[in-house]
Write a protein that binds this ligand. Sequence first.
Ligand code: 6PG
Length: 248
Amino acid sequence: MQHSFVHLHARAQPEQVIAACAHFVVKQLNAAIAARGVARITLAGGNTPKALYDALASPLHRNEVDWQRVEFYFGDERAVPQTHPDSNFGMAQRHLFMPLGLAPTQVFPMISTPMFPLAEEAKRNQNLLTSWAGTGVPRFDFMVNGMGDDGHFASLFPDTPALTVRDRWVVVNPVAKLDTERLTLTYPIFEEARTVCFLVIGARKQAAFSAMMQPESTLPVARLIQSRTTDWFVDEACVNRATQKELP
Ligand code: 6PG
């Protein structure tokens, strides 16, 4: 059963998924810039988005957006310095910001250099968001997310405290299963955004993808898709064959 709030952009092969998602990102950013003069986007970390960021910085797309009018934020970040190989900022720096030659003033890493204690970083990010959002829930134009095989997104992992936070936008989230702490945006931010997209590729994600579509699912990602419209860019390996129509 396809969830009524899920806009599925399914493609047979990963490279087709990346191409479709890159076109979608360009379109959404340009719409935001045309409407408000600026586009505020949050990026996902992990591995899957690397190919998307490479595509956006490639000759095919790099001239399609006035990148100076885009502000880049993050959905979550690991508790590591920007130069650490696990840093989501570092990954985006290599695959998107440097290839596009972006000014540091338009990129907002969640972790400072040098790194402060995580609770201080959370407060700093909270203040950054309220500096342009005021007292309401900060509204991003576009949010790029991945999904873990356990149904987490950003660093909203199953059975973690951040899942119930609704009065703060950025929190430190202890993730026992990873024996670490993460910084993550909270649900109100994802619920408020103009467009939320997921880029999910590979058979490893198939079980979580099928599970989240069940109305009674309590996976972190299921709570979001039950509350708002989301756009999903997925490949054949991720979509459960049972629900799959012929993919282009
Ligand atoms: C992170 C991400 C996280 C990621 C998923 C999927 O910090 O790792 O924000 O939510 O999107 O874990 O990661 P992959 O794309 O590597 O499978």
